[in-house]
Write a protein that binds this ligand. Structure first.
Ligand code: S3P
Length: 180
């Protein structure tokens, strides 16, 4: 069975880097929803938030998901808030397997603290806020996921291998694309 592989999870759980590593070991194409939105609008994510607000960004996110899922089975790295719309969860579950990357608030802070490209965390770069936002989103991530992978203390390549193993047991087929 061939399906999309969705990587979801809170900001800083490593979706984009893991996605690149997973693409290397599977030969699958990979897409990044934030990157596509940014390219389409010709604006950075913070500028899109400034121009259209968070709700405008969320609309672009759903629209972009709808476009990407029509492509051949690929790895799709999702923005951290993709799960906030029930419609998005439905679209992902219908068209693929959804892998939730997990990390502790401390790990997340260490990975995101120097970045300026996440408007949702602007002025809130601390463990308490990250923990609170994670709690608020927990039910959405839970509802969306088919499998969970803990990322703390692991290298992206290691995580990619772990995901590949899950895909093998779930019989997500790579045979015709697999690199030698
Ligand atoms: C967001 C996560 C970001 C990006 C936007 C909003 C969120 O993606 O989509 O800044 O609400 O969690 P990453 O998870 O790739 O940082």
């Amino acid at each position: 069975m061939k399906k999309h592989i969705y990587l979801i999870g809170f900001m800083g759980t490593g979706k984009s880097t893991v996605s690149r590593n997973l693409a290397e070991i599977t030969g699958y194409l990979e897409w990044d929803t934030d990157y596509e939105i940014s390219e389409k609008e010709n604006l950075s994510i913070p500028k899109i938030f400034e121009k259209y607000g968070e709700s405008g960004f969320r609309q672009l996110e759903t629209q972009t998901l709808r476009e990407i899922l029509l492509r051949e089975p690929s790895i799709i790295s999702c923005g951290g808030g993709m799960v906030l719309a029930e419609e998005n969860i439905e679209l992902m579950k219908k068209s693929g397997i959804v892998i939730l990357l997990l990390a502790t608030p401390e790990t997340i802070l260490s990975r995101v603290k120097n970045g300026k490209e996440r408007p949702v965390l602007n002025g809130h770069m601390n463990v308490e806020y990250i923990e609170e936002l994670m709690k608020r989103r927990e039910a959405y991530y839970e509802a969306a996921q088919d499998q969970k992978v803990v990322t703390d203390g692991k290298q992206p390549q290691e995580i990619a291998v772990e995901i590949k193993r899950i895909l093998d047991t779930e019989k997500i087929c790579f045979d015709f694309l697999e690199k030698v």
